[in-house]
Design a protein around this ligand. Structure first.
Ligand SMILES: C[S@@+](CC[C@H](N)C(=O)[O-])C[C@H]1O[C@@H](n2cnc3c(N)ncnc32)[C@H](O)[C@@H]1O
Length: 278
């Protein structure tokens, strides 16, 4: 196996990570549904609002919010992944949905005259190169006192399902892949004090960070695709020779088996619901 360039260990939303999400889209949408429902709950009293969904990916949360709005309400998704937005736009056309999508980096996109009345995100805000700049940019795209609600992961230690592939693969991989031992963006917002500080630095107030837990499930038939396409181990697979790839794939698959119950994969997710006001 060749040593892995550092950038392989961070999601590349315009190649492996984005393509992986599109391949595993139906499993991911089933698995993360409780969190789009939690975000919809936060906006129940804003049926006519203009809402921005940051890091919207294939648009699952954007559509759920749009669907609960009155005809005057509009949900717009922003994302940097062309592949994931392609899937979102196809769905919008198929369902004749008024949801809109912007392909841009939310950290520095110029939203022009647009002013949103609420911002949400389901796991789409942990990957900014400069989080303070990103949240300041998002605040400037809002009307005064607009609410921000976002769901992020608590630490890997509280989310064993999310860590099982990495922990299983790590001892099997050559030492030059030590970067796999470092946390990736997925858990970048695990420390609530860090998140509260960066939101305050970027001008947000009324910051409230509460536990948000959910029982997640997706069809067991999708486990192979999920294991092969999602997460840091999947991103390293192309760098492995065939024999190592087979060893790692078999070990990771076995490690997931305790989570299979009947025809579903089930696990408990430990997240934050982070809220603030512009
Ligand atoms: C973990 S996925 C979540 C996708 C979606 N919110 C969901 O829950 O299905 C993270 C998303 O954030 C997007 N993303 C990462 N950095 C971004 C940035 N700087 N600006 C906009 N989107 C970004 C990725 O392309 C990806 O779609």
């Amino acid at each position: 196996m060749t040593s892995a360039p550092a950038n392989l260990l961070r999601p590349d939303w315009n190649t492996t990570a984005g393509d992986g999400w599109v391949a595993a889209q139906s499993a991911m949408e089933a698995m993360l549904k409780p969190f789009s429902q939690a975000l919809c709950g936060q906006l129940e009293d804003m049926p006519d609002a203009s809402v921005l969904d940051v890091g919207c990916g294939t648009g699952a949360t954007t559509f759920d919010i749009q669907d609960q709005m009155s005809p005057g309400g509009r949900c717009t998704g922003i994302d940097i992944s062309a592949a994931m937005l392609g899937a979102a736009r196809e769905r919008a056309a198929r369902e004749d949905s008024p949801a809109r999508f912007i392909e841009a980096d939310a950290q520095n996109h110029d939203f022009g005259e647009a002013r949103f009345e609420a911002i949400v995100s389901r796991f789409g805000v942990m990957f900014f190169a400069d989080p303070v700049a990103a949240f300041a940019n998002l605040r400037s795209a809002c009307t005064a006192h607009s609410p921000l609600h976002m769901v992020t992961w608590r630490p890997a230690s509280e989310n064993p399902f999310m860590a099982v592939a990495r922990e299983t693969a790590l001892p099997l991989l050559p030492p030059e892949v030590a970067q796999l031992d470092k946390p990736t963006g997925q858990f970048a917002f695990a420390d609530r004090n860090y998140v509260a500080d960066l939101l305050a630095q970027s001008g947000w107030s009324n910051i409230v960070i509460e536990e948000c837990n959910a029982a997640c499930a997706f069809p067991a038939a999708a486990l192979h695709t999920y294991a092969a396409r999602m997460g840091p181990v999947a991103r390293l697979m192309p760098q492995m020779d065939e024999s190592l790839r087979e060893t790692v794939t078999a070990a990771v698959h076995e490690a997931y088996l305790p989570y299979v119950q009947g025809d579903e994969v089930r696990f408990d997710a430990a997240c934050w619901m982070i809220s603030a006001k512009a």
